[in-house]
Design a protein around this ligand. Sequence first.
Ligand code: CMC
Length: 382
Amino acid sequence: MSSAMQEMHVDIGLVNTIVARSSLSFIDGEKGILEYVGYDIDSLARHSTFEETAYLLWHQRLPSSSELQSFSSQLQLNYDLSESMWDMVVSLPRDASPMHALRTLTSALALEDPAADDSSPEANMRKSISMLAKIPAFIAGFDRHRKGLDLVRPNQDVSIAENFLYMLNGVKPTERMIRAMDICLILHADHGFNASTFASLVTISTLSDMYSAVTTAIGTLKGPLHGGANQGVMYMLNEIDSIDDVESYVMNKLTNHERVMGFGHRVYKAYDPRATYLKTFAEGIAEDTGNMELFNMSKKIEEIMDREVGAKGIYPNVDFYSATTYYSLGLDLDLFTPLFAMSRVSGWTAHCLEYLEDNRLIRPRCTYVGPHELKYEPISNR
Ligand code: CMC
């Protein structure tokens, strides 16, 4: 091993390695603080909109009202898919998982973009707008296709949150539903160098293209240790028959050293600030929609986890109460992770745009621990 290699430390899972500088999100895992470009997540969830938050991430400042209006119009003009993309949506197997469908459709956007490999900042911004605007149509369109329902074309006069619910259900959503969806989109928009963002940066750092970077990120988000956890939370809640069974269910999991989905975080060792507001909001929407049993079960799981593992810094993360919120909105379980992607595409693209300003190929090393100098045996002798 060279002396340069010997000086490098091994950091499995990159737990203690800082790989870049970023001005997008600030996380203090000890104090439970999350800010996007300096604005704390609670103020954004209470006062901002998803469109404004995406603008903030892409431009690293809040827009004026005319800038926001023009940005929203640009997004709206991009909501609809080309006829060939709609054809592709309805050509997918009905029993495919929505995350596989979303990854495939996002990747296919490159096929109809003659400038797919143009990596100028303007082209990259245009592609970011296109993906942010079209992903709701992919998710809603695929869901209707698999259920044998007619496709609903987008409403280009409304926000991303409202348009998504409209395309999914074919009816105008209530104000409460629109606000719930918008808040979830704001809370999931960015989160530092999480696994999917990092994966998108690995791809873009090779000077590949934005579609490939986002496709990589969707594949990474899907895993149950990352974005797939919100779905896992709902499976868990469905497995518990009643509130009286919560105690034994959770204790069983902990005794068997199994993970309780929606708890713990690589960075937060305090309450995830995204979960704080979501918990209050989930309670309101659960009450409105007759899902208080679900909310109370979630609260009981939290109490037991706090008692058993709170001292280890394991608290609910963003996925825990987003599961109750999405369920109360009437969304199918396997749409929870696609919704995470629908929001996080703003953060993925923002990080790619930022990283490309001073690009360096991301190419870590590993320590080889295998054998050396083995004698090659012809296959007939093995
Ligand atoms: N349930 C039970 N024990 C847990 C959990 C959990 N959810 N999370 C961590 N622990 C324990 C773990 O068993 C270990 O205990 P010990 O030290 O006794 O072996 C200790 O906490 C440290 O765990 P770790 O796996 O070394 O920590 P990590 O930083 O590698 O893992 C995590 C972070 C998010 C992968 C993990 O907490 C987890 O698997 N959580 C469940 C899945 C989940 O909710 N993921 C969503 C994360 S937030 C949304 C996102 O960013 O994607």
